[in-house]
Design a protein around this ligand. Structure first.
Ligand code: FES
Ligand SMILES: [Fe+2]
Length: 442
């Protein structure tokens, strides 16, 4: 449970808010590179941390992320003409480059030097691994990009799945780091006899109340959720929260699974998720089917129907199954136990419960239990980082240490009684191959 003040502090991300200030210390994934497919292509509207911005790719291929309202008299630069190395406002023709410099002011007298005095807000952008990253913070020279493995794989070896969620960012992060929901929301209708002996799923549905170990790390927090596997062994699901809004999920083989999910606040009530995952032989069918589950109609499907993008501030990457149609809820399937929830698609199941909590959940009303240990720890870390920055100007975790992001998550079977952190140290290291773990897979 949080106080109303703490809840506000964690959830609000606009300019000048405590969490907004914390997030602006970091590079933020703003959009996909493919949303701006070529030089001088159509600009798009991007809502980021409560700020309305226009993204464009200039004649040299550089990405600009500029304030929506033209600095002259406020017309939207979305309508701008994108050519000749800048975006030109259609109202009076003022033109801005990717740095926000006014490079032409054709409605002013030739001798005027006013254009040198006008500057638009424009955030530095860099592209890596299919993403455009933006730096919206106070430093003159931005910090290094976080050393996230999946974001540095060669073209063709990774996939990015973008989806917008209609709720506050913290609900989406908390949904991700809450492992015990998997045995209900996703696999609640699957019985042990439906699964193959020795698989991770078998252990998951055999014991739906895992115990938790949670530790603080340099990048944020890590949990291990454990339950019995074969005699003398434990099945561990190990996952990460990485400052300020990244997660690494446990659905995959530790040592092989390469994933990072970004839960980027668009504003206080909308979140853009970018799921970045390494394609692998183990996931041939991915993203059609869940990597660990194989091909059965009883298992939830991962690929979900999407609506076509529009140019609206909230028109990008919307699910066709949403609150307006109860996420495709089918009571018959729920009753018959085809899906525990009656909602067919796995990511839609997550979205339905997270959005159903409301745009910003009132956390004074909740009752946290033992299974919420990771949620509690992550909130505590976030609050202490916010206060340290606000009160003592202490740089938050990971901003100046890109190397702390070199980590992995996943599932592993360990002998009972071993120190799980020590036993998995090697397997959790990013940029290291462990072909032996694939051979051991059940
Ligand atoms: S409002 Fe943009 S040039 Fe006048
Ligand atoms: Fe989930």
């Amino acid at each position: 449970m949080l106080s109303p003040e703490e809840n506000e502090m964690l959830c609000r991300v606009g300019p000048g808010t405590a969490m907004g200030n914390l997030m602006r210390q970091y590079w933020i994934p703003a959009l996909l590179s493919s949303e701006l497919p070529k030089p001088d292509c159509d600009p798009i509207r991007v809502m980021l941390l409560g700020e309305k911005l226009i993204a464009f790719r200039d004649s040299l291929g550089r990405v600009g992320l500029i304030q929506n309202h033209c600095p002259h008299r406020g017309a939207s630069l979305f309508f701008g003409r994108n050519s000749d190395c800048g975006i030109r406002c259609v109202y009076h023709g003022w033109q801005f480059d990717v740095h926000g410099n006014c490079i032409d002011m054709p409605n002013e007298p030739k001798e005027s030097d006013f254009k040198h005095k006008v500057k638009a807000v424009a955030y530095p952008c860099v592209e890596r691994g299919g993403l455009v990253w933006a730096y919206m913070g106070p430093r003159k020279t931005p910090p290094p990009l976080p050393d996230i493995e999946v974001n540095q794989l060669p073209e063709g070896e990774y996939a990015i799945i973008p989806t917008m969620l209609e709720c506050n960012w913290l609900q989406t992060v908390e949904g991700e780091i809450d492992t015990s929901h998997a045995g209900f929301l996703h696999f609640g209708s699957i019985q042990p006899e439906d699964t193959q002996e020795g698989t991770f799923l078998h252990y998951t549905v055999k014991d739906r109340a895992p115990r938790y170990a949670v530790v603080d790390t340099e990048y944020g927090c890590m949990y291990g959720a454990y339950r019995p596997a074969k005699p003398g062994y434990m099945y561990w699901r190990i996952a990460n929260f990485l400052f300020p809004f990244f997660t690494q999920s446990p659905e995959g083989i530790l040592g092989h699974h390469v994933i990072t999910n970004a839960w980027v606040p668009m504003d206080d009530h909308h979140t853009m998720s970018f799921i970045m995952i390494r394609k692998s032989p183990d996931q041939d069918n991915w993203p059609k089917r869940h990597p660990l589950l194989g091909d059965s109609d009883k298992y939830p499907t991962v690929q979900t129907p999407m609506l076509p993008n529009t140019s609206d501030w909230f028109g990008r990457f919307r699910s066709a199954l949403n609150s307006s149609n109860d996420y495709g809820l089918d009571r018959e399937r729920q009753r018959e136990g085809l899906d525990y929830s009656g909602i067919k698609y796995l990511p839609v199941q997550d979205r339905a419960v997270q959005e159903s909590m409301g745009p910003i959940y009132d956390r004074t009303q909740e009752h946290l239990a033992v299974s919420d240990a990771m949620v509690i720890r992550v909130r505590r870390r976030l609050l202490s980082a916010i206060r340290a920055l606000a009160d003592k100007n202490i740089t938050p975790p990971g901003v100046a240490q890109p190397e702390v992001y070199r980590t992995r998550s996943g599932s592993v079977i360990l002998p009972e009684g071993v120190d799980w952190v020590e036993a998995t140290r090697e397997l959790r290291q990013a940029f290291v191959e462990h072909p032996e773990v694939l051979a051991q897979r059940p």
